[in-house]
Design a binder for this molecule. Structure first.
Ligand code: GAL
Length: 655
């Protein structure tokens, strides 16, 4: 699919989800007045409007939406129009309760919340696609329409559905993947625990079972669940393409936190431009996680600009404790996304709701109204974004180092019945990312399926699922002069979740020059001492060197494998392959990464006094410098027009 943006003139779009149906008509005029004051250029409309647009089966009420569309257009505000299918109305679930999802315990997820539909329900699809067609026909020529917003956060609440519809569709998906029941039996290893299937109809989703459900069944169900929603996205998109071929189509991804059900590396090519929603999580790595997600989103978009569809001006409503943003954070968070390639900065939502489950979720206009610090900050950000219009359209400039990110390894490495339940895939990747930030070294978070060309250093944290094709790509990377760093529990299984035999990590053994007979995970809170005063947690491996030229960078001093190698490096041609067999504590990760990056020729582009204190990103000729600290910094050494950087501030400088 050729990527398309929503218009040709340069500006960074600014706006929010707009839910006028929650407000009386007179508020709409206040809304557009305040939107103009804030510099809003675009809103996402009709996301949860199905019940209002189609109040009864086949009866439509578009008068209000026509009026909103016209009002926005008259005020120079464009619309990213939702297809309105995100949440089905009560009349539909009453008439057709068979569209309601079922969880793995067999419980029905009823109406009353949102997104209560089965991704595989043919009945839901019929009603939803009828609505998509009706919306597209009605607004095809509306001058405010600049993009289509398919559904909303596909899979946020309904990614895993275990209903009979899902069972039926799962069998079809499995037939396409395996062709015969015998091939499925082989892939699923059903010789174990008398699980052999004789007929397709005997196969079910991994519903609540007496013991651990078959691991490959679980893994395939995750693949299937991501695929069926991707298929649903395509179904809506095809109708939109047919009726409005010139209007780009997107849907908002959720590259954030522990949201992992949708394989966005596999979805990214399905949309005309990538959109993402991101909300900060509390904790010491909160800002790093924002940067990590924005970085990954930019690389899902292939380095092209993308659309930040939602984030928050301040608190959200769905965490155990919802922190308000501190002064400066509203702007810094938004600009960190821009630094990673976002050409649109939007919020959930325009006006904070009075009622409903999200009434304590911040918006651009808070309950206090426009006479508030928050709204003044919103206006200030709008004017900053206008000044940054020249950035629009500039691609991310790739770094020399990359951290590989792989949804299948995320899914498979955290399944049950494993050596430890404590392993957290995303956390390991994030810890490496934080270390790069601390060292002031630019790094890309790269889908494992992307090209490795141009990178000198690749870190592969817990790259657990290793089809031979991926092992060959990594081997070629190293043979071509690249430097690879792999961690514990990488290269353990093939695409069917079968162990690579003969010693771990099967397909990477020769490349790394190590062979592992056994792993010994650590109990929570336990540590293992390494040479040089370094410390590991979570994991340890019993390593033998199989190539005498493999260098030992650290050994275990305590634990089950005291005296054996813990961190190794094998030179291979002009490149190298290193292996880290434990979860290094932050103070151990930094010196190791510094050494390995240095040996790969990957260095910081920042002056030493700013390393770790700011994050540097580059978009074709423009440097973004994000203050990671709560202090004002002297940035005169960067040679730009600005010499100081406010606490939590962002400077934008020529490269
Ligand atoms: C997203 C969703 C929005 C709103 C927001 C609150 O999941 O798309 O509709 O609920 O979160 O943070």
């Amino acid at each position: 699919m050729t990527p398309r943006w929503l218009r040709t003139d340069s500006r960074i779009e600014y706006g929010a989800d707009y839910n006028p149906e929650q407000w009386p008509r007179e508020v709409w005029d206040d809304d557009v007045r305040a939107m103009r004051e804030a510099g809003v250029t675009i809103v996402s409309l009709a996301i949860f409007s199905w019940a209002r647009i189609e109040p009864a089966d086949g009866r439509y009420d578009f008068a209000w939406l026509d009026e909103v569309m016209d009002l926005l257009h008259a005020n120079g505000i464009s619309v990213d129009l939702a297809t309105a299918t995100a949440s089905p109305p009560p009349w539909l679930t009453t008439a057709h309760p068979e569209i309601l999802p079922v969880n793995h315990e067999g419980q029905i997820l009823w109406q009353g919340g949102r997104q209560h539909w089965r991704p595989t329900s043919p009945v839901f699809r019929e009603y939803a696609l009828r609505l998509v067609r009706t919306m597209a026909q009605r607004y095809a020529d509306h001058p405010a329409l600049v993009a289509w917003h398919v559904s909303n956060e596909l899979g946020c609440h309904n990614i895993y559905d275990y209903s009979d519809d899902a069972a039926q569709a799962f069998r079809v998906w499995l037939r396409n993947r395996y062709g015969t029941v015998e091939a499925l039996n082989e892939a699923w290893g059903t010789a174990f625990w008398a699980q052999r299937y004789g007929e397709w109809d005997e196969i079910l989703p991994p519903r609540l079972a007496a013991s651990f459900p078959n691991p490959t069944q679980q893994f395939d169900f995750k693949r299937f669940s991501s695929d069926v929603l991707k298929d649903y996205l395509r179904a809506e998109r095809e109708i939109l393409r047919e009726l409005t071929p010139d209007v780009p189509v997107t849907t908002n991804f959720m590259v954030m936190g522990e949201t992992k059900g949708m394989n966005y590396a596999d979805w990214a090519a399905e949309v005309d431009f990538v959109s993402n929603d991101h909300y900060r999580l509390p904790g010491a790595q909160s800002l790093d996680e924002l940067s990590f997600s924005a970085n990954l989103t930019g690389n899902l978009a292939g380095g092209r600009p993308w659309f930040l569809m939602e984030h928050s001006t301040s608190a959200v409503n769905w965490q155990p404790v919802n922190l308000a943003k501190r002064p400066g954070e509203l702007s810094r968070d938004a600009l960190t996304h821009v630094a990673h390639g976002a050409d649109a900065v939007c919020y959930f939502q325009w006006r904070q709701s009075r009622a409903g489950a999200e009434k304590y979720h911040s918006g651009m206009v808070p309950h206090a109204g426009t006479d508030s610090q928050l709204f003044r900050d919103v206006v200030a950000l709008g004017s900053r974004l206008r000044e940054l219009s020249y950035v629009q359209g500039r691609r991310r400039t790739p770094a020399k180092a990359a951290i590989l990110f792989d949804w299948e390894s995320w899914w498979a490495s955290e399944q049950d019945s494993h050596p430890t339940e404590l392993l957290k895939y995303k956390q390991e990747a994030l810890d490496w990312y934080t270390t790069f930030l601390d060292l002031g070294v630019r790094v890309d978070v790269l889908p494992a399926s992307a090209s490795f060309d141009g990178y000198d250093l690749i870190v592969a944290p817990i790259l657990h699922v290793m089809p031979s094709s991926l092992a060959s790509r990594l081997t070629s990377f190293v043979e071509g002069g690249g430097h690879l760093v792999a961690t514990y529990f990488s290269g353990i299984v093939d695409e069917n979740d079968h162990i690579w035999l003969g010693g771990y990590p099967g397909p990477l053994r020769d490349l790394l020059g190590v062979r592992i007979e056994e792993f010994a995970p650590l109990l929570e809170g336990d540590t293992v001492a390494l040479s040089d005063g370094l410390e590991g947690t979570l994991w340890s491996d019993r390593i033998d060197l199989i190539d005498p030229a493999t260098e030992v960078l650290a050994t275990y001093k305590t634990g089950d494998y005291a005296g054996r190698p813990a961190v190794t490096r094998r030179a291979a041609g002009a490149g190298s392959a290193s292996y880290v067999s434990t979860k290094l504590a932050p103070n151990a990760l930094a010196p190791l990464l510094k050494d390995l990056a240095g040996r790969a020729g990957v260095v910081s582009e920042l002056p030493s006094e700013l390393r770790g204190r700011v994050e540097l990103t580059v978009r074709e000729g423009v440097r973004f410098v994000v203050n990671r600290t709560d202090e004002q910094l002297d940035i005169s050494s960067l040679g730009g027009p600005e010499t100081t950087l406010a606490a939590r501030g962002v400077a934008v400088l020529p490269a």
